[in-house]
Design a binder for this molecule. Structure first.
Ligand code: ATP
Length: 311
């Protein structure tokens, strides 16, 4: 079973408004509310790939209850640590072809709650073959919290994929316990290294030679419609994808992580791992919902992905 972690999930609310008026009343007819957070997108896509998944993280209040109910409705097993404060809402106002977002930062966790989550995490690992950790850390937790989770997983020999950015990702990379895979996009990679990395083989190869990536089996740099560039052990691969009809690209990075997790837990070949990850990412962009794929289209698009080893 794959364990998908989201430490700061949300109820994502979208308000489509024909013409957004500032300092005035805006009425909304069709409200869409979904259980949001990067790890929940991962969990949904893993489930759609017909692999067993368990979602965990921290939930609280009626907002947290709503998230758990939504997961239950989608038949996604979940075991979250419950706290007595409300989980967050994230609002997207869709207007005039634009998207204005209002993101709550979520509850601040206490040190005791952090410790309680680590205990819960350790107990959940009993039936798990691979873990994904996605998104930002809630306020209150130490920046090396993901690294503490990695230590616990490593003791049990369970591989972890980390899809985070900024300081929480850097902390994961500088410690001895390494994730099996990370999936930065080019902007996150540039931010991490403090240099401008371009979508070109030379620039990517040079960036991935940085000591920070030593010991990580898979560094998957996703590049949206340009596919991905990968460092696997000592080898580099360029993966190209076909032009497709993009409906909603949000969450395609999470769908990519889901594909990566499924293929790695099935012990597939390098080529199949990379093609699976790209296909789930692409399929997500073809659906209106975030963290959704149509499995019926999988093999058609899988066959169109090309993996080239760079000499
Ligand atoms: P997000 O933050 O929205 O989850 P991301 O920046 O982490 O996304 P991307 O690099 O945008 O991740 O996309 C991940 C993968 O999804 C790509 O490698 C590709 O397979 C697929 N994808 C994303 N955008 C497109 C697109 N416009 N056309 C085709 N495939 C796409």
């Amino acid at each position: 079973m794959i364990l998908a972690v989201t430490m700061n999930p949300s109820v994502d609310i979208s308000y489509p408004i024909h013409e957004f008026k500032l300092d005035d009343v805006n009425r909304v007819e069709t409200v869409r509310k979904t259980a949001g957070g990067k790890g929940l997108n991962v969990a949904r896509v893993v489930a759609q790939m017909e692999e067993e998944v368990l979602a965990t993280g921290v939930l609280g209040g009626t907002t947290g209850e709503y998230i758990s109910q939504e997961l239950n409705k989608s038949h996604i097993h979940n075991g979250f640590l419950r706290i007595d404060r409300e989980s967050r809402n994230c609002i997207a106002i869709l207007h005039d072809g634009k998207q204005t977002e209002i993101l709550e930062s979520g509850p601040t966790l206490t040190a005791d709650e952090g410790a309680a989550f680590l205990e819960k995490y350790e107990s959940l690992l009993a039936n798990v073959s691979l873990v994904t950790i996605s998104g930002s850390l809630p306020k209150g937790l130490q920046m090396n919290f993901y690294q503490q989770m990695l230590e616990i997983s490593q003791e049990k020999g369970i591989p972890v994929i980390v899809d985070s950015s900024g300081e929480s990702l850097r902390q994961v990379l500088i410690h001895e316990e390494k994730p099996i895979a990370i999936k930065p996009n080019t902007a996150e990679l540039s931010q991490l290294l403090g240099i401008e990395v371009e979508n070109q083989i030379g620039s990517l190869q040079e960036a991935l030679a940085n000591d920070l990536f030593q010991g990580i089996e898979w560094v998957v740099v996703s590049m949206g419609g340009d596919g991905a560039f990968i460092k696997h052990r000592g080898d580099h691969y360029r993966v190209t994808i076909p032009k497709i009809n993009v409906v909603n690209p949000v969450g395609s990075g999470d769908a990519t992580v889901a594909g990566l997790a499924v293929a790695l837990s099935r012990n597939q070949s390098v080529e199949t791992v990379l093609k699976t990850a790209m296909t789930t990412g692409m399929l997500n962009t073809m659906e209106a919902g975030t963290g959704y794929i149509d499995l019926a289209k999988f093999s058609q698009f899988f066959d169109l992905v090309e993996v080239t080893k760079i000499d």
